[in-house]
Design a protein around this ligand. Structure first.
Ligand SMILES: Nc1nc2c(ncn2[C@@H]2O[C@H](COP(=O)(O)OP(=O)(O)OP(=O)(O)O)[C@@H](O)[C@H]2O)c(=O)[nH]1
Length: 472
C-alpha cells in the first residue's frame, strides 16, 4: 500500500467518534490550549506537481502538456525543494532532508514544508492537516524546540503512515541501532570464533567442543548451544564446508533460521485484545506506549487499559504515555480488581469502537496474590467477555537480563501461553545470546525489539538482521 491508500485508510476514520464517556474511559483529548494549526499559507504548491511515487520509481519530469508551474507563483524555497525532490532517490530520509532543508525550528515554515511534501505525495489536504495537527500536539507536549530533536520521530511517523517501514532506508536505520546494541556480544562471539577457526584446520570434535563453550559464554545456554551445534554439524557434513568465511555465513543463516515468524492474528470483528505481561522494570509500560503509538500511526483506534492496579504510579505513568500517543485510556484506579479492569476495558472498547486494546498487567509477585494465578484469571475473564480474547499475549523481556529472561519466558508461558516476545533495551549492552536461547528453547516469535526510550524506538524484529548484527 502506498501513502495515498494508507493515508486514506488512516485518516478516513471519523475522529469525532469519541469513546462513550463511561466514567472510567478518559479519552485523551488534545490539550485545549493548542493554537489551531496555521491555515495553509502559500505553501500549497500548484496542482499537477509530479507525484513522489514511493515504489522506487524515479520522479518523472512534468510532461509538457501539463500546466507548467509558474515560478512567480511559488515562494523561493518551493522551487528549490521541488527541484531537489525531482532528482532525489525515492527514500523517505532523502525526501525529508530536501523538504526540511534550512528549517531548524518548529513553526509555520515547517508546517508549510510538510504540507508541500504531502501535496507532492498527493495526500488529501485534510488528511495532511490531520497528520500535522497530531504531530504539533505531540511536539507541544514534548517541548522540543529544534528540528534535530524530533526529526527521527517525524520520519518514523511518516514511515508508518506511508507504509514505508520496510524500505531499505528505514531498515538501515534500524540495523545500525541493533548493531550498536549487540556490539559487546558480537565482539566476544566474533573474536572467539575467529580464533577458533584459525586454530583448527578442520571441523573436528575439539573444534565443536570449543565452539560450544564460546556459545555458552555468550549466554546462549547449554541446551540451546547443543541444539545449534547439531544444526551446524549436519550442514558442515552435508555441504562439505571447509572455509572459514563459508562457516561464518552458514552460522549467520542458521542463527537467522531459528526465529519463527509471529503468527498473523485473525481478529474476527470488534477490538483486538492484546494482553501484555512481564516483570516490573523490563519496559512494559514504555513498550505498550510504543505499540499504541504505532497502532495510532497506522490508523487504528487504540485503548490502553491500566491492569496493573497495585501501584498508583504505574497507572499514572501509563496514563501519561497514553495521552502522549493520542490513545484513549481506561482505568478503575488503584486497588481495583485487575480482572474487572480487563472486563470493563473490553466493554469500553466495544462501545468506543476501538480497533485494539493494550491491557497492561502487574509485573510483581505481591504477597497475598500469586501473579500467575491472577494472569490466568484475567485471561479467563477476557475469553468470557469476548470469545477468542485475548487475541495476542505479549511477553516483554529485558534483553540485558540474560538467563533470567529465559526463566521468565517459561513462567509466563506456562501461565498464559505467550504468543510473541518483545525484547527491550537491545540498544543497551544486551546479551544477544539469550535471544538465541529463547528462540531455540521456546520456539517463540520475537515480534518487536526496543531500541531506546523514545516512542519511535520500537521496531519489528528481523532474525536475519539480528544474525548479521551478531556475527560479522
Ligand atoms: N534504553 C532503553 N530503555 C528502555 C527501553 N524500554 C524501556 N526502557 C526504560 O526502562 C525503564 C523501565 O521502563 P518501564 O516501561 O517503566 O518498565 P515497566 O516494566 O513498566 O516497569 P514498572 O513501571 O516498574 O512496572 C524506563 O526508564 C524506560 O525508559 C529500551 O528499549 N531501551
Amino acid at each position: 500500500m502506498g501513502f495515498f491508500s494508507k493515508v486514506k485508510k488512516w485518516w478516513s476514520k471519523d475522529d469525532d467518534q469519541q469513546p462513550t464517556t463511561t466514567q472510567e474511559v478518559e479519552p485523551s483529548a488534545p490539550p485545549t490550549e493548542e493554537p489551531a494549526p496555521s491555515e495553509p499559507t502559500d505553501a500549497a504548491p500548484p496542482a499537477g506537481l509530479p507525484p513522489i511515487v514511493p515504489d522506487q520509481e524515479q520522479i518523472q519530469p512534468q510532461p509538457e502538456d501539463q500546466p507548467q508551474v509558474q515560478p512567480q507563483d511559488q515562494p523561493e524555497w518551493q522551487a528549490q525543494v521541488l527541484q531537489a525532490l525531482r532528482g532525489a532517490e525515492p527514500k523517505l530520509s532523502v525526501w525529508l532532508e530536501h523538504t526540511l532543508a534550512g528549517v531548524e525550528t518548529p513553526g509555520n515554515e515547517l508546517w508549510d514544508r510538510l504540507r508541500f511534501l504531502f501535496q507532492a505525495l498527493q495526500a488529501p489536504a485534510d488528511e495532511a492537516e490531520e497528520f500535522i495537527s497530531k504531530f504539533r500536539i505531540w511536539l507541544e507536549d514534548m517541548g522540543y524546540e529544534q528540528v534535530a530533536e524530533f526529526r527521527s520521530e517525524l520520519q518514523y511517523r511518516l514511515a508508518l503512515a506511508l507504509d514505508l517501514e520496510d524500505e531499505e532506508d528505514e531498515r538501515d536505520r534500524l540495523f545500525l541501532k541493533l548493531s550498536e546494541g549487540l556490539n559487546k556480544t558480537r565482539e566476544q562471539l566474533t573474536k572467539r570464533i575467529d580464533a577458533l577457526l584459525s586454530a583448527h584446520r578442520k571441523f573436528d570434535d575439539p573444534f565443536w567442543e570449543e565452539l560450544e563453550e564460546v556459545l555458552i559464554m555468550a549466554d546462549v545456554g547449554h541446551q540451546s548451544a547443543g541444539k545449534l551445534l547439531d544444526r551446524l554439524k549436519a550442514r558442515v557434513r552435508k555441504e562439505k564446508i571447509e572455509e572459514s568465511e563459508a562457516f561464518r555465513e552458514m552460522l549467520r543463516q542458521e542463527l537467522a533460521a531459528i526465529f519463527p515468524e509471529p503468527k498473523s492474528v485473525a481478529v474476527p470483528q470488534g477490538p483486538e485484545i492484546v494482553l501484555v505481561v512481564g516483570v516490573n522494570g523490563v519496559g512494559k509500560t514504555t513498550t505498550i506506549a510504543k505499540l499504541a503509538h504505532r497502532a495510532q500511526m497506522q490508523g487504528r483506534k487504540v485503548l490502553v487499559a491500566a491492569g496493573d492496579t497495585f501501584r498508583a504510579a504505574a497507572i499514572e505513568q501509563l496514563g501519561i504515555w497514553a495521552k502522549r500517543t493520542g490513545a484513549d485510556f481506561f482505568t478503575k484506579g488503584e486497588g481495583a480488581d485487575p480482572a474487572a479492569v480487563a472486563y470493563e476495558a473490553v466493554d469500553a472498547a466495544l462501545k468506543g469502537g476501538h480497533d485494539v486494546v493494550f491491557l497492561d498487567t502487574a509485573g510483581r509477585l505481591h504477597t497475598k496474590v500469586d501473579l500467575m494465578d491472577e494472569l490466568r484469571k484475567i485471561k479467563r475473564v477476557l475469553g468470557k467477555k469476548l470469545p477468542g480474547a485475548p487475541h495476542r499475549c505479549l511477553l516483554v523481556l529485558d534483553a540485558t537480563t540474560g538467563q533470567n529472561a529465559l526463566s521468565q519466558t517459561k513462567l509466563f508461558n506456562e501461565a498464559v501461553t505467550v504468543d510473541e516476545i518483545i525484547l527491550t533495551k537491545l540498544d543497551g549492552t544486551s546479551k544477544g545470546g539469550i535471544v538465541v536461547a529463547i528462540a531455540l528453547e521456546h520456539n517463540m516469535p520475537i515480534s518487536f525489539i526496543g531500541l531506546g526510550e523514545k516512542m519511535e524506538d520500537l521496531r519489528p524484529f528481523s532474525g536475519e538482521d539480528f544474525a548479521k548484527a551478531l556475527v560479522n
